[in-house]
Design a binder for this molecule. Structure first.
Ligand code: SF4
Ligand code: SF4
Length: 86
């Protein structure tokens, strides 16, 4: 007799990289992140804009890459960490 085995799935996780000097401070990545992982930093980049920074608990990033899709300056990208693989 076969039984269904309930496999515990962890949410995916992403590591966020920000190329600060490319940022033009539009705020799209902050606005559209479904996990509210990003916020505006107080620092200025070399272009005079405030690039985004991670909020304290960056473990909430699910690696959806939406921030990098909406960034017009290609200033943010994600490295996905595959936690569901055994
Ligand atoms: S990958 Fe998704 S969850 Fe992570 S910072 Fe970007 S938009 Fe937010
Ligand atoms: S979407 Fe890109 S250019 Fe706009 S604030 Fe975010 S990193 Fe900067």
């Amino acid at each position: 007799m076969k039984y269904w085995v309930k496999k515990e799935l962890k949410p995916p996780h992403g590591k966020v990289y920000i190329i600060e000097d490319r940022c033009k401070g539009c705020g799209f990545c902050i606005e559209f992140c479904p996990q509210q992982v990003l916020q505006e930093s107080e620092e200025f980049n070399s272009r005079g804009y405030h690039p985004p920074k991670l909020v304290e608990n960056d473990k909430k990033c699910i690696g959806c890459s939406f921030c990098s899709l909406v960034c017009p300056e290609f200033a943010i990208y994600i490295e996905k960490e595959e936690e569901n693989e055994d």
